[in-house]
Design a protein around this ligand. Sequence first.
Ligand SMILES: NC(=O)c1ccc[n+]([C@@H]2O[C@H](COP(=O)([O-])OP(=O)(O)OC[C@H]3O[C@@H](n4cnc5c(N)ncnc54)[C@H](OP(=O)(O)O)[C@@H]3O)[C@@H](O)[C@H]2O)c1
Length: 386
Amino acid sequence: MSGEEAAAAPAPAEQTPPAEQQAAGGGDAPPAESQYRALVLSGFGGYEKVKVQVRRGEPSPRPGELAVRVRACGLNFADLLARQGLYERLPPPPVSPGMECAGTVLALGEGVTDRQVGDKVMVLARAGLWQEVVTVPANQTYLMPDGMSFEEAAAFLVNYITAYMILFDFGNLRPNQSILIHMAAGGVGTAAIQLCKTVENVTIFGTASASKHDSLRESGVTHPIDYRSMDYVEEVRKISPKGVDVVLDPLGGSDTSKAFNLLKPMGKLITYGVANLLTGQKKNLMAMAKTWWNQFSINALQLLHLNKAVCGYHLGYMDEEFELIGGVVAKLVSLYNQGKIKPKIDSVWPFEQVADAMRQMQEKKNVGKVILVPELPKEEPKKEEN
Ligand SMILES: NC(=O)c1ccc[n+]([C@@H]2O[C@H](COP(=O)([O-])OP(=O)(O)OC[C@H]3O[C@@H](n4cnc5c(N)ncnc54)[C@H](OP(=O)(O)O)[C@@H]3O)[C@@H](O)[C@H]2O)c1
C-alpha cells in the first residue's frame, strides 16, 4: 500500500488523534510537516504484512492524554504472534501494533499536570505505539530515569515488569533457591537473569540456542542448556536431582507439564506465554493443535497433595491496573538507578526494516531486545584529517 493510500485508510479509533480523523476524512491536504510515519499491520500473515504508512494530522491529545514524539519502540514476542493472528489483545487489522515505546512529550491534553512538554517518557499500551507520533493516556507513561537512552527505555517496561512480577510477586524467589528460565537470552529472559542476580546465591538454569551460552554465562546463568540438542529436563536433573524451586514457562504445551514435574515441594510454576505456537512465518494449525492437546491441567485436590503452586501471568490483561504497575515500575527505576539492571539491546532497526527486525527474533538470533526506531540516528560527519 502506498503512503497516499495509507493516508486515506481508516485507522482504529483508539489510536487516531482527532485531527488525523479530520484529515483522513477528506478536504485539503495538510501541510507536509503534519505527516508522520506509522507501522501498520494490514492483515494476518508473514513479515510483509507490516508496512510503513504515512499518516496525516497534528497530534491533538484529548483531556488526560499526552502527545509523544516516539524515538524508539520495543519489539515483543507477542508482536510476532499478533502478526499471525495469535494474540487476542491486538485490535483487528488494519492496526498499528506496538505495546511499548519511548520518546519526548510534544503536547499536553487538558488536566495533565504531572508531565511537561519535553519530558522523556516510556509508554505502555495495548497497541498502536509503532508510530512516529502517538497520543496516549498520561497514566500509561513513566518518566525515563536520567542517563537512560531511548533504546533502553523502549526495552524496559514490558520485559522488566513481566520478569519482576513473575519472579518476585508470584515466584517469591529467595536466597539459595534454584530457577529454570526458558528463552533465557531473550528480552524477558535477560531481564529475569539480572533480577535473579539481585537475590543472593540463586542457581540459574537457562535454556537457549547454543551460540548464546557464552553470553548467558557472562550474565550470570549457572547452567546454560541447549534445549535444541538436549533434553533439558534430564540436564536439570543431572545437576539437581530434586528439581528446582521456580520455573518460568513462556513456552506452553507439553513444556508446562515438564515444568510442573521439575518443581521441588513448595515449588512455583509461572506460565506466561505460548511460544510453542510459533513455528514459521504464518499460523501453523498443527502447532496450535499440538499445543492445545498437550495443555497442562490439574485440579485443586492434586495440587493440595503435591505442595506446588501454578500461576498464570499476562501483562496485557492488566492495562487498567495503573497503581499496581506504577508501583512495579518505581521499583525497577530504582534498581536501574542503582546500576543493578540495564536493558541489553540486541539490535536496532529503522521502521523500513521491520521485517528484518521480526526475522531476527523469529529466527532465534537475538540476544536481548530488538528495537525499532522511526529513523536510525545520523552518523556524525567525520572530520577531515590534515
Ligand atoms: N504474559 C506476559 O505478560 C508476557 C510479557 C512479555 C513476554 N511474554 C512472553 O515471554 C516470552 C519471551 O518474550 P520476549 O518478547 O522476551 O521474546 P524473546 O525471548 O526475545 O524471543 C525470542 C527468542 O525466543 C527463543 N524461542 C523459543 N521458542 C521460539 C519459537 N518458537 N520461535 C522463535 N523463537 C523462540 C529464541 O531464542 P533461543 O532459541 O536462544 O531460546 C529467540 O531468539 C514469550 O513467550 C512471550 O510471549 C509474556
